[in-house]
Write a protein that binds this ligand. Structure first.
Ligand code: NG6
Ligand code: CA
Length: 508
């Protein structure tokens, strides 16, 4: 289908008039940069009213549509990212948080958002956090590891295998550990330590950042920080957390410089503010909110470097940028970095007042910063139409003339992403730690999950798993979800339950 876009000089005109819904045009091929932060909350950036100043992320918002009801598919990383890349609900395959030695969970014969872009003539890359598994299992980390990003559509990748709190703490470029000395091979084990290797548990005196009680994170020590899991060797290849932003930024900027003459798709998965939060000294102590706030400043500066390069290379008008987060925020996710105390002291809400957070079926789990900008094409503004990251696949396919395979859950809502339409997805199934909830219209229905924990272990976050069905109205921006209105509205509950069963094929 073809479309006509009008220029942003008409920015004063409401978005709905700027983007004509139906007319014919030939597919345009802007560069697309999809920035996905890690555990960044709705209230963590200033464009959303947060206290931490994020002028660069706000630059994207200033030029784009800022969604007040933008959703990740899941309240944790692996399933959320799986949804973005495959366009399929992660709960269909029971996708959950992966250890760092997991095999790739996306079948290589499955079309992904990256193969879709590549088939349309784009150069594609994945930079930063991966967390979708690598190799076939039982990997020899000292040899090229496949399948990985290259086998599911990314021409170039520079990634960490899982999370910054999990071994192996090394970067992988196109399937190879970067900077590996063959004389010092890497071994990884998620069950037991290697004899004689220090851990956070046995050698706390070696730590510069300590694990919180009752979380884990007391395995192998890398850069003075103990991680989840055990690894040995690869000393020359180990990452330095303080430098991670610079390293990833260098790779992202390098990719753009190299591919500026052709359309490119960049999946840019920032590592902040996931634990361990270790800012570059440039940002340490600058936010007043401890390391968690400092690394958000760092992430913002990283985004600034990207935007500056796009401007310098005159690519800014030809590049569609999405900024979002894989799931909601958490204060204590495993390290004693003072985030809880400082948030309390400064009355800081990383969810921006939304209930719950990471791991939660409440809004704080999946309702995240969600900005879409394309200068001159997308009329800047704020939209309260519900949108989902799951829909990037089908929507970008619509934009560039790409193929959407049969059977995806991803839907084309390009008009909504561009701020034009008032009607988006009819419904959306949310997942958190294997539990599901159902959103339709202004309501969210959280079925009773009586056997599951109401609190996400020592994070203290309410999961939304309760003994009874819950119904909440979520029409306003700062949805507190204080009152469960299920009891007063049995008919709506019944309707929502039936609709949910239909949407999930019988799963509740
Ligand atoms: C949890 C970890 C948490 C974090 C999370 C993954 C424990 C107790 N907690 O299992 O620290 O790593 O996994 O976060 O192990 S995510 O953003 O990648 O989903
Ligand atoms: Ca995350």
């Amino acid at each position: 289908m073809n479309r006509t876009f009008l220029a942003a000089s008409l920015a004063a005109v409401p978005a709905a008039f700027l983007y004509s819904a139906a007319p014919a045009f030939s597919a345009e091929k802007p560069n697309v940069i999809l920035i996905v932060a890690d555990d960044l909350g709705y209230g963590d950036i200033s464009a959303y009213g947060g206290k931490i100043r994020t002028p660069n992320i706000d630059r994207i918002a200033k030029n784009g549509v800022r969604f007040t009801r933008g959703y990740a598919a899941s309240a944790t990383s692996t399933p959320s990212r799986y949804g973005i890349l495959t366009g399929v609900y992660p709960w269909r395959g029971n996708v959950a948080i992966l250890p760092g030695d997991s095999p790739l969970i996306i079948p290589t014969d499955r079309p992904t958002i990256a193969t879709m872009f590549r088939d349309c003539g784009y150069r594609t890359c994945a930079i930063g956090k991966w967390h979708l598994g690598l190799g076939k299992g039982n990997s020899d980390w000292n040899k090229p590891i496949a399948p990985g990003p290259s086998e599911i559509g990314f021409d170039y990748s520079f990634i960490m295998a899982a999370t910054n709190d999990r071994v192996p703490c090394v970067y992988f470029s196109n399937g190879n550990v970067v900077g590996l000395d063959p004389a010092d091979p890497i071994s990884v084990n998620y069950n037991k330590n290697f004899p004689g290797e220090p851990t956070g548990k046995s050698n706390p005196e070696l730590l510069k950042m300590h694990p919180s009680p009752n979380h884990g994170h007391d395995g192998t020590i890398v850069n003075g920080i103990s991680r989840i899991g055990f690894m040995k060797g690869g000393k020359a290849a180990l990452w330095v957390d303080e430098e991670m932003a610079n390293v990833l930024s260098g790779k992202a900027l390098g990719f753009i410089r190299k591919n500026k003459k052709r359309p490119f798709f960049m999946y840019y998965a920032l590592h902040q503010p996931h634990v361990p939060r270790v800012p570059n000294p440039k940002f340490a102590g600058k936010s007043g909110l401890g390391p968690r706030g400092d690394v958000i400043l760092e992430a913002d500066a990283q985004v600034g470097e990207l935007l500056d390069l796009l401007e310098a290379e005159k690519l800014d008008k030809n590049t569609l940028i999405v900024f979002t987060s894989d799931n909601g925020p958490v204060l204590d996710d495993g390290y004693a970095d003072d985030a809880v105390r400082l948030a309390k002291e400064k009355n800081y809400s990383p969810t921006g007042g939304l209930r719950g957070g990471k791991y939660s079926l409440y809004e704080g789990g999946t309702r995240v910063p969600f900005i879409v900008s394309w200068q001159g094409k997308v009329a800047p503004g704020v939209s309260n139409v519900p949108v989902a990251q799951l829909d990037f696949f089908a929507s970008f396919a619509e934009l560039i003339g790409g193929k959407v395979p049969e059977g995806l859950d991803s839907q084309n809502h390009l008009d909504v992403f561009f701020g034009a339409k008032k009607q988006g997805r009819e419904n959306f199934v949310i997942e958190a730690q294997g539990s599901l909830a159902y959103r339709e219209g202004d309501y969210v229905y959280i079925p009773a999950h009586p056997k599951k924990s109401p609190v996400a272990w020592a994070t203290g976050i309410e999961t939304g798993n309760a003994k009874e069905d819950a119904l909440y109205k979520i029409s306003d921006i700062h949805t507190p979800q204080k009152e469960n209105i299920a009891g007063k509205n049995p008919k709506i509950v019944q309707k929502m339950k039936a609709a949910m069963l239909e949407a999930t094929g019988g799963r509740i």
